[in-house]
Design a protein around this ligand. Sequence first.
Ligand code: ADP
Length: 454
Amino acid sequence: MDQSQNKYKQYNDYQIIATLGKGQFGLVKLGERNGQRVAIKFFLRNDDNPYTIRMFANEINILKQLDHPNITNMIDFNQAFPYKKQNGKIEQQICIILEYAENGELYEYIARFGKLNPEICRFYFKQLLSVLIYITNKGICHRDLKLDNILLDQQFNLKVADFGLGKVQEAALLKTYCGSQSYMAPEITKNHEYNGNKADIFSAGVILFILYTGSPPFESTFANDSLFQYFENNRQNEFWIKQKRIYQKIPDLITDDFISLINGMLAPNPNQRFTLDQCMQHPWTNGPTATLEQIQNEFRQKKNIVQIQTQHQVNRNIDLQTPIGDFRCSSEQRIQKDYSDIIEKYQLTFANRVLIKSIDIVLTNEFVLYQDPKIIFCQIIKKIMEFQPNEMKIHESKYKINVEISDENLKFSVQILNCDNKMFKVKFINQLGNYIQFKLMISRIRDNLLQMNQ
Ligand code: ADP
């Protein structure tokens, strides 16, 4: 075993080589054993918190029943396996070992490059429908379908992940209020009893809309969402007039077939909502569809920008992160007071910079730069100012900025963290608002920083 490998944490006989994402109950890590890569979803034990254990058991029970090419199938699970940390300490962890979706979240591609072309959209929509047909036939519903849970495997096939809220849909209707606000069927937001499979079709309609247009149809299905109210009050026509106006530069986008499919899938009354069969037979679904080869050509070009190649992660231990400590100043300050001084001061060093490249890492909402952190910090402040934030608090000692932009109903924080090898990680955390808007904001800031690096 070489030196660098010693760094990696060990989970049973898997080497843990990177963090893939953060789940509700713990981290999802990339593990490798005999050349096979897997995703290991850890659940923090918290002294056997009964809720965590119940969620863990539920996800396993659901996954045990599933085996489909478009699902991140379960390979194994364990309730008490020794996990050797970097400091040598051994902890017992519970986890689920899943097929690894190497090409990450489809979400990343949409947030960065916008909508997919209709042929590619159809390809993924059909794969999503095939999962829904499969799980529905097994009497199972997902209940947390959203773009974040749509992953891509090595071949760029779609993989539905995260069956943590999955449930066997028995004869009786379900009651548990769950899901994600922007995708949740209205019968759930209204706290009505519901059929989980019908709720999944609603969420799939929201996903399709985002893939096809690059934006969500509405923020939520709550009564205060003016866009959703067009559906709720049977005024879909007005919704589509608005959409046509938004996409007037792409006149062929909002077609009658697309309108009819989305209206059917987003029908607020679950009894009037399209069935999976209707979705499958729909003329829009049966339009021209990309081949896997076309998809691979399209996505491989984009992949390098969206993700660091896995090898890159292996070579660098990107888990290491601490706040940077040499930019000390007073604690919190309103940006209006003195951001210009900061910028002016450090702009002087722009010419001296020696930094040339940047890499993205698989962890969502983070990327790494070889750049003077002071310059990154000031550049981020400058860029955020262009978005006219209502509030912006700078914590200079922590290299952290908290931002609120009311126009976009968005609240997020950005922090610069120290990595090894003189790299600095820029980390964004969404605190409020639409996740797609948040991702777009990250892309804009990132593009700006990358330009600066060239
Ligand atoms: P939670 O159920 O707690 O929300 P998820 O199962 O959604 O956790 O996992 C969190 C994140 O980890 C995902 O959004 C994804 O980025 C990453 N992830 C999860 N499973 C896999 C997998 N099989 N392959 C690659 N990445 C994964």
